[in-house]
Design a binder for this molecule. Structure first.
Ligand code: C2E
Ligand code: MG
Ligand code: MG
Length: 752
């Protein structure tokens, strides 16, 4: 409707043109009356337009539409009068002008009124009909053709007006909908700015704040008046610089991304203020002007400090050990991997450190004390290692140090010495002073490109060697050790199937009375015959089976088999069965296993031999289990006495029935005075505790004589017999009395 003034002006101007052109040929009264009517209607139209000017061009009432139709009808009727009354009366020149004006009015009016298609239709139909009628009545030679063309134009104008009106209407509806959406978005944004945790911001092309909310301003510590027009980088420069190198780099990266003109999603930046470090996630997109140039930025800033700190903590935990704060196994391996892959490869050494007696601390003082000790051990290792080295806790009581740079074996040895000394100095753990012993295995990387697995494996093999040579020492990896390690692995793999494949057997070594040579019983000793590995000594395969967790199964087989054989022997003979620490750990199931195996035997003929080292790991647990077995009538022997550390303590805690003196003492008893005194002391002690003393590894008659003279009860060793296969036991029992006197140099009257 904004065309109304122009349309009205055209109406008046055209009326004037018509008057001028036809003034001399038509009645002046008609012309003046007609022109006045046109001007009157034009004035009315103008008034209506002035009246409704304040309203949006998109809102039109039904009344307004009706008025437009009536006005258009009236005006077009007036214009239709013109050709009807004049065309036949004026000369050809005037006819031409009238025709042009009317045709122009049909078309221009039709288009001008197209926003109200009913008005446009009324206009075109009225004016068109009047003009066609006038042509028909004019008697002009071209009247028929002209009327036809005019009719056609009218149809086209009406059709165009309606179709344009339809698209105009659709556009109006879409614009109205967009307006409503903008209103809703505006409301939501206001609510967001007031209440959400995220901040909305808008910068102009030079990076100065443009749209600022109250909350954004107060978060940045200024008033919104000050903030508007302030450069974001200048305002935040100190907070960015205080966030350190990382903070500066993150901000620079954000600026680069923005300068590229692409949208940025959740870019993390850091600021440091009086409240400490805060982390913000920035998402933004460029605002483009009509030419597609960036005229500013709009975005959201979300405070993600808590989330980021939680993420940092998780990342830290993924790479560090929570208890000691040291690097963990994963991170240690990754670091080693990176250094090994670096060029040029720098020489490195990995030292694996394992505490020798940690399990004891854990078991006797509790896990809290164990944790505290591990923490202190971590601190001590850190205090000895150089800054360039990496100290890690790989798990349990196993630590590692990655030594960088070319350290000579002498330097590495010096480091290990310092480490062991540092650990040996007593640690204060819950008011107790604990000195820690440790074993260290060292592997040095070779220039020919060692992998992480091979370096770690070599250090592990060296650690095994250090541990099995008594602990509290370090060992460098040597290729020969790897062969030993490979053999251990192969044996462990074969041992898994040894029971089911029937590869085990037992041999029995007699124990005879030193006084009269009478056979008192046999010790069952395990033998393993493997197709590939041949006959393997129990001293080699039993520790491997223990480490591989196979001892409960193997031990159960030994118990069952030994008891089955013993049931076939003459009554009164004991069977001594060796038991390893791993079996004792089963506690109740172990007791049940013994009872089940020995159900056909009198319990006092079954003796369980436990070594001192089996007791070291879990004294209390072992003592309880062994007490329970004793309560059921079984006998318990302490094997290899004298080879452990603190046997006396165990003797007091657990009254063993039998004490077996290790053969290392017996071997030297004849020639070495010290060994002799030691054996005498052990024998006196066993008498004091009321225990039966058994001498192991008796090989010579002099040893037998000496032991008898000092009151040792039983003798066992090659002097009496090699361990015998099960089917040789009967023959031995039959033959032995004949040679006992000579073999043991027994005085004749005492022979049984
Ligand atoms: P042990 O219980 O102290 O067994 C005595 C070992 O000394 C046996 O070695 C035996 O053959 C050997 N021996 C006996 N008399 C003499 C002698 O006069 N001179 C010398 N030099 N050696 C003698 P073996 O059979 O090789 O067993 C070694 C160790 O393996 C045993 O020491 C025991 O600790 C362990 N073992 C053997 N069988 C079993 C078993 O069934 N279960 C468990 N857990 N350990 C076993
Ligand atoms: Mg034994
Ligand atoms: Mg022994």
């Amino acid at each position: 409707m904004h065309l109304t003034p122009l349309a009205m002006a055209v109406n008046v101007a055209n009326a004037g043109v018509i008057c001028l052109v036809t003034w001399s040929q038509v009645s002046h009264t008609f012309l003046l009356g007609w022109s006045a009517a046109i001007c009157g209607l034009a004035a009315l139209g103008l008034r209506g337009w002035l009246h409704g000017r304040g309203r949006s061009r998109r809102t039109a009432s039904m009344r307004g539409m009706r008025r437009a139709v009536v006005q258009a009808s009236a005006l077009s009727a007036l214009w239709a009068v013109l050709p009807l009354s004049l065309l036949a009366k004026v000369d050809t020149g005037a006819q031409f002008i009238v025709g042009m004006v009317v045709t122009g009015m049909v078309c221009a009016g039709g288009f001008a009124l197209s926003t109200v298609p009913a008005a446009a239709t009324a206009w075109v139909v009225m004016l068109g009909t009047g003009s066609v009628l006038a042509l028909w009545r004019s008697g002009m030679s071209v009247a028929g053709g002209a009327a036809l063309m005019l009719g056609l134009y009218c149809c086209i104008v009406i059709f165009s007006a309606w179709s344009w009106a339809r698209s105009f209407g659709a556009r109006l509806v879409a614009e109205a909908r967009a307006d409503r959406q903008n209103e809703v978005i505006g409301l939501l944004l206001r609510d967001f700015e007031d209440h959400a945790s995220d901040l909305l911001w808008e910068l102009d092309a030079r990076g100065r704040f443009r749209h600022v909310s109250q909350r954004l301003a107060s978060t940045l510590g200024v008033t919104s008046g000050v903030l508007r027009g302030l450069s974001a980088t200048r305002l935040l420069s100190r907070a960015i610089a205080n966030a350190g190198e990382d903070g500066v780099a993150r901000w620079a990266a954000l600026q680069q991304l923005m300068a590229r003109g692409t949208a940025v999603r959740e870019h993390l930046v850091a600021f440091a203020g009086v409240d400490g470090l805060s982390w913000w996630s920035i998402s933004t997109h460029p605002l483009l002007d009509a030419k597609g140039c960036t005229e500013g930025w709009r975005g959201v800033a979300a405070n993600v400090t808590d989330k980021h700190q939680a993420h940092l903590r998780l990342t830290w935990l993924a790479h560090n050990d929570a208890l000691t704060g040291l690097v963990n196994r994963t991170q240690f391996r990754e670091l080693l991997q990176t250094l090994l892959a670096g060029a040029p490869v720098q020489p490195l050494a990995v030292a694996l450190i394992d505490l020798d007696d940690f399990k004891q601390v854990n078991d006797s003082l509790g896990h809290a004390a164990g944790d505290e000790l591990l923490r202190l051990v971590g601190e001590r290792l850190l205090s000895v290692a150089r800054r360039s080295d990496t100290v890690a806790r790989l798990g349990g009581d196993e630590f590692a140090i990655l030594v960088r740079g070319a350290a000579s074996p002498a330097e590495l040895s010096a480091l290990c010495g310092r480490l062991l000394d540092a650990l040996a100095a007593p640690c204060e753990v819950f008011d107790l002073a604990i000195a820690t012993r440790a074993s260290i295995g060292i592997a040095v990387t070779s220039a020919d490109g060692s992998g992480v697995d091979s370096v770690m494996n070599h250090a592990d093999v060296a650690l095994y060697e250090a541990k099995h040579s008594g602990g509290q020492r370090w060992c460098f990896f040597e290729p020969a050790m790897a062969d030993a390690g490979r053999r251990r692995n192969a044996l462990a793999a074969s041992l898994r199937h040894a029971v089911e494949r029937g590869e085990f057997s037992l041999v029995y070594q007699p124990q005879v009375s030193s006084g009269d040579g009478r056979v008192c019983g046999f010790e069952a000793l395990l033998r393993w015959q493997h197709d590939e590995h041949g006959q393997v000594s129990p001293t080699e395969f039993i520790p491997i089976a223990e480490a591989a967790g196979l001892m409960p199964e193997i031990g159960a087989w030994v118990l069952a088999e030994a008891c089955r054989q013993a049931a076939l022997w003459p009554s009164g003979l004991t069977v001594s069965i060796n038991v390893s620490a791993a079996q004792l750990e089963g506690k109740q199931s172990f007791i049940e296993c013994v009872e089940e195996a020995a159900h056909g035997l009198r319990p006092e003929t079954v003796e369980l031999e436990i070594t001192e080292s089996a007791l070291v790991d879990d004294v209390d647990g072992a003592v309880t289990t062994l007490r329970a077995l004793r309560a059921k009538g079984f006998r318990v022997a302490l094997d290899d006495f004298g080879t452990g550390y603190s046997a006396l303590g165990y003797l007091r805690q657990l009254p063993f029935n039998t004490l077996k003196i290790d053969r290392s003492f017996i071997r030297d008893i004849v020639n070495d005075g010290e060994s002799r005194v030691l054996v005498e002391t052990i024998l006196a002690m066993s008498r004091g505790f009321g225990m039966t003393a058994v001498a192991e590894g008796v090989e010579r008659p002099e040893e037998a004589e000496m032991l008898r003279a000092r009151g040792c009860d039983l003798l066992q060793g090659y002097l009496v017999s090699q361990p015998l296969a099960a089917d040789q036991v009967g023959t031995f029992l039959a033959e032995w009395p004949k040679r006992a006197q000579d073999t043991l140099r027994l005085p004749a009257p005492h022979m049984a």
